[in-house]
Design a protein around this ligand. Structure first.
Ligand code: PGA
Length: 258
């Protein structure tokens, strides 16, 4: 099936850096990125979103956040930041359901679905993360687990909501461990996710970008991105180095055989 999915590479800086390092890294990526075949997104820590927005200036690199509140209206939610506030800061994307938030911060399926809806209410594009733990993989449950995580959002928001979203498969055991999923194993999960969406809407499934995340590095990116259903990457550790991040972006730009 011929598709027009434009590859995307998103950097998840997690809880790293200072205003100064964020400004330098954002500015570097913004200045050096010039291949329009791939869409780049930077997701700095929330307090650095403003300086990265400034550093990016008119660069085509998009800005994203790592989290948002599940409530849409302003109100008494101490410590929370709404989707509207992120949009006001210049964010276009927001990560939803990253495994670290699922495991450490109480973002269970129902919360993830609410945050996905809250993002879209603010006209942000959610990057919905799904992924199985090592225990679940070894028990042969990977496809069931990611399917249930995806279904929780479809049940809450409707399949049409995926037309304005990105999906990211991030096996928990591959995140920050240096242990990447084998390209064929990742492809199997990506194909499964696309198939689940296609059962409800083939057109949306065909245009849905599904990123792979989990120890993507310049040395393994090309093989992963060459898979038919892998449309780019969500990059943690390697996104903290402009050269590595841009070389991963190049690998995505060069695999447009999808
Ligand atoms: P990693 O993180 O690239 O450092 O494995 C990926 C992620 O958590 O998004």
């Amino acid at each position: 099936m011929a598709t027009t999915r434009r590859p995307m590479v998103a950097g998840n800086w997690k809880m790293h850096g200072t205003r100064a390092t964020a400004r330098v890294l954002g500015g570097d990526v913004g200045r050096r990125h010039e291949d329009a075949r791939v869409e780049l997104v930077l997701c700095p820590p929330l307090v650095h979103v403003g300086v990265v927005a400034e550093a990016l200036g008119q660069s085509p690199v998009a800005l994203g956040a790592q989290n948002l509140a599940r409530w849409t209206d302003d109100g008494a939610y101490t410590g929370e930041v709404s989707g509207a506030m992120l949009a006001d800061m210049g964010c276009r994307y927001v990560l939803v359901g990253h495994s670290e938030r699922r495991a450490l911060l109480g973002d269970e399926d129902a919360v993830v679905a609410e945050k996905f809806a809250a993002a879209q209410a603010a006209r942000l594009l959610p990057i919905l993360c799904v992924g199985e733990t090592l225990e679940e993989r070894e028990a042969g449950r990977s496809l069931d687990v990611v399917g249930a995580q995806l279904r929780a959002v479809i049940d809450h928001c409707g399949v049409a909501a995926l037309a304005d979203a990105v999906l990211a498969y991030e096996p928990v055991w591959a995140i920050g461990t240096g242990r990447t999923a084998a390209a064929e194993d990742a492809q199997e999960v990506h194909a499964h996710l696309r198939c689940l969406v296609a059962e409800q809407d083939a057109k949306i499934a065909g245009s849905l970008r599904i990123l792979y995340g989990g120890s993507v590095k310049p040395g393994n990116a090309a093989e992963l991105f060459a898979q038919a259903d892998i449309d780019g990457g969500l990059i943690g550790g390697a996104s903290l180095n402009a050269g590595d991040f841009l070389s991963i972006a190049q690998a995505a730009a060069q695999t447009q055989s999808h």
